[in-house]
Ligand binder design. Structure first.
Ligand code: IPE
Ligand code: IPE
Ligand code: MG
Length: 242
């Protein structure tokens, strides 16, 4: 007996989140934008903790884009200081909770103190195999592809790679995300329906969810609903269902 059914396969293994709306959240309360960023940072912990329950093994979050340097100097400095503070404060708990932390993005432009903290947190959690949390800092999809291409070109110039051997499975090996599976679900909060240069290559077949909630209001319940909605969708990857 054969029957065409839409089979809800399974939940998303890798969820990526564009955490947007901190500024508007603060503005609505008559507070400075940084107040919103601090409130946003608190949500991260709750969402990371909810991952195991929802079967999410990989969580990737967009913390600062290559375009965010265009903001005022005081907002940029405040964000950098928040990242340093967040890493210092959360390192021990992340380690103890089995979270494996990685950072993606172009590091040289970040200040030395922050880079050192990032390296330390990666090293501290490298044996962990619970939730794999990837934090994108000074990350841009185009920048990542450009940096990857530069290294790929260098391998060709050095004679380690032949141009005719370059296929679509070659470039991902040079991306910052080379150890990660592609995201299954990309969520953007705050009502904007754009991806703002996030995981361009990796999200070719991701499902997208654009929701109105501002990031500091995003809850584990809403996260659970999105995971559930994903699970009931059929992903075809270009094929016709069997
Ligand atoms: C997202 O919130 C956080 C970062 C980009 C660092 P925003 O700061 O972009 O908040 P809105 O979009 O101005 O509300
Ligand atoms: C995307 O949000 C970057 C992060 C969430 C870190 P933005 O607020 O910077 O994106 P645009 O400016 O709305 O495209
Ligand atoms: Mg924004």
């Amino acid at each position: 007996m054969s029957e065409i059914v839409s089979v809800p396969q399974h939940g998303p293994k890798h969820v990526a989140i564009i955490m947007d709306g901190n500024g508007r959240w603060a503005q609505a309360r008559g507070r400075p934008r940084l107040f919103g960023h601090h409130a946003g940072a608190k949500r991260v912990k709750e969402i990371v903790r909810a991952c195991p329950e929802f079967g999410v093994k990989y969580l990737t979050i967009f913390g600062f884009s290559t375009e965010n340097w265009k903001r005022t100097q005081s907002e940029v400095a405040g964000l950098m200081s928040l990242f340093r503070r967040y890493i210092r404060k959360e390192a021990r708990a992340l380690k103890d909770e089995g979270v494996r932390v990685r950072f993606i993005g172009d590091r040289p432009r970040l200040d030395k103190k922050l880079r050192d903290l990032m390296d330390e947190l990666e090293a501290l959690t490298q044996e962990n195999d619970g939730v794999h949390l990837t934090i994108a800092l000074n990350y841009g999809g185009r920048d990542e592809v450009a940096r990857a291409t530069r290294r790929l070109a260098q391998d060709v110039a050095d004679g380690n790679l032949k141009p005719e051997d370059v296929g679509e499975e070659t470039l991902p090996k040079y991306l910052d995300t080379y150890v990660l599976p592609d995201p299954d679900l990309v969520v953007r909060t705050s009502g904007e329906a754009r991806i703002s240069n996030f995981l361009l290559w990796q999200s070719a077949y991701a499902e997208y969810e654009f929701i109105d909630t501002l990031w500091p209001d995003f809850s584990r319940e809403e996260f659970g609903e999105l995971v559930g909605a994903y699970s009931s969708r059929e992903r075809r990857f270009g094929a016709v269902p069997a």
